[in-house]
Design a binder for this molecule. Structure first.
Ligand code: HEC
Ligand code: HEC
Length: 438
């Protein structure tokens, strides 16, 4: 009887798998589960969210901070001189060439576009061509009503195919040119932030001005710390948002999973209309600002973030780190450097293929030989082993959470001392070539 059933089952499985080679069925996960198809749909939806969704945050950036008025300038109903495309590019904003009509591309090539005129910035916003920024226009379309931001603002670059700062999107790349502090500092009204932090507006502006390119401070609105004890900015580098599949803890200081962080950023940092729950933020000693603002339990109705989290999560995990271009490193030296990487036990923490530890990928500041300032601004009080894939894409701004090591050679020198490696100059060079090849 048992035998007979098994045989029947086999026949059924065979028929099913034959049937499933047909175009209408890609199904090898059981009835009703077309996993590839569903994953593709999630990736497409997640990409759209990553690139274009403001989660309703224009209520903050536009309606409250009035950033749109500074962008358009007084000529179009705002305030001040306005932001020209030249200024926008200088603070690291990027333009998506695929959103531009052919005629405009031609005109840009011929140098016939006025890059000093804020009117051109408004035209680019209307085309939805400024990466990570959405302009909301008045019904007549002559002036801005509000402005919102997206994930792509900080986590996308372009390939500069048309001109520096203008090209095809590179989703997931860290925008190390972007001066977030300078951009936010343009806002005419920062009183809401000042009130939240219980400081005056001038202090907020001082903190923002100190961030510099490629940096943002995700913890400022939690603990109110604008500067480190040594007087330098408390902001950290914008990390890439690719190469994260298989990585357990995220962010420099291991706040949680990718989807925890996505909900955190969309709701608490971008000020989208979302739901965010994390009781660790109720700790008034570590997070005085967050605790009194109730950031440990934020609710919004309607919730414009939570419905998008599943697809955004899948998209984040699907973004692979781009391979290092041929010629950007010496292959022979990199092969030798790989040996140095493993003989120096770099791989005990940076374990391939994720280049972080499978498991609890967090270390004490003392283990790494660095100060604990930034570690202490997150619940786990440690530093997360940085995934190293795609390092070549973010050499600008330096390495480690705050960019304290300007070059990969400086990182290697630090480990040489910290772990007593006694590497020869040649070994150090080879190790750097290997890091550039990842
Ligand atoms: C204003 C700039 C900015 C925006 C906008 C932004 N991020 Fe980030 N993102 C950062 C910074 C800075 C960090 C590092 C934070 C830290 O470690 O404290 C980070 C960290 C991350 C990480 C962790 C990466 C890693 O190595 O583990 C992910 C994932 C991420 N962001 C995804 C997103 C998504 C998705 C959005 C949109 C919902 C978004 N970010 C919006 C600046 C930004
Ligand atoms: C004890 C675990 C550990 C060991 C061993 C280790 N690392 Fe790291 N590594 C880390 C952590 C944690 C960070 C993140 C530090 C930070 O955010 O400030 C890091 C960061 C880095 C970075 C900077 C990444 C970035 O995005 O800025 C590089 C490069 C690096 N390590 C290379 C190496 C090399 C090469 C070795 C061997 C000589 C090595 N690591 C050994 C834990 C380790």
């Amino acid at each position: 009887m048992r035998r007979k059933l098994t045989a029947v089952t086999w026949v059924l499985v065979c028929v099913a798998s034959l049937a499933c080679t047909a175009a209408w069925c890609d199904d090898d996960d059981g009835p009703g589960h077309d996993t590839e198809h569903a994953a593709r749909a999630l990736i497409a939806a997640g990409r759209h969210t990553f690139r274009f969704d403001t989660f309703g945050d224009e209520a903050f950036w536009g309606d409250t901070l009035r950033l749109h008025q500074a962008i358009e300038g007084s000529r179009f109903g705002g305030v001040g001189a306005g932001v020209s495309p030249k200024t926008a590019l200088a603070v690291g904003l990027k333009v998506d060439v695929d959103a531009l009509p052919g005629s405009l591309i031609q005109a840009l090539r011929r140098g016939q576009v006025n890059l000093d005129d804020p009117a051109t910035t408004l035209a680019l916003l209307k085309l939805n061509a400024v990466i990570g920024v959405t302009g909301f226009f008045t019904p007549g379309g002559t002036s801005l009503r509000s402005v919102g931001i997206q994930c792509a603002l900080c986590h996308s670059a372009v390939d500069n195919s048309l001109a520096p700062g203008i090209g095809h999107r590179l989703d997931g790349w860290a925008n190390r040119d972007l001066n977030v502090g300078a951009i936010v500092g343009l806002a005419p009204d920062l009183s809401t932030v000042a009130t939240l932090l219980r400081v005056d507006e001038a202090t907020v502006r001082k903190v923002l001005a100190a961030w510099g390119p490629g940096k943002f401070d995700a913890e400022l609105l939690l603990d109110g710390k604008g500067f480190r004890p040594d007087g330098k900015t408390a902001a950290t580098l914008i990390p890439p948002a690719f190469g994260l599949a298989g990585v357990n803890l995220h962010t420099w200081v291991g706040w949680g999973s990718v989807t925890h962080w996505n909900a955190f950023v969309a709701t608490l940092e971008m000020h989208g209309k979302g739901t965010f729950f994390d009781p660790r933020l109720a700790d008034a000693e570590q997070f005085p600002v967050a605790a009194r603002a109730g950031f440990d339990n934020v609710r919004n109705d309607p919730d414009l973030v939570s419905p998008k989290l599943p697809a955004l999560h899948v998209y984040q995990l699907a973004l692979a780190a781009p391979a290092a271009p041929r010629g950007s490193f010496s292959a022979a030296a990199a092969a030798r450097g790989q040996q140095v990487f493993s003989s120096s036990h770099c791989d005990s923490c940076h374990a391939p293929p994720t280049f972080t530890e499978p498991g609890w990928n967090l270390h004490t500041p003392a283990e790494l030989g660095v100060d604990d300032f930034e570690a202490n601004r997150a619940p786990a009080r440690g530093y997360r082993t940085a995934p190293l894939k795609g390092l070549w894409t973010h050499q600008e701004g330096g390495f480690y959470h705050d960019g304290r090591f300007a070059t990969l050679a400086a990182v290697v020198d630090h480990y040489d001392v910290q772990f007593g490696l006694h590497l020869s100059p040649q070994e150090k060079k080879d190790l750097v070539e290997y890091l550039k090849s990842l």
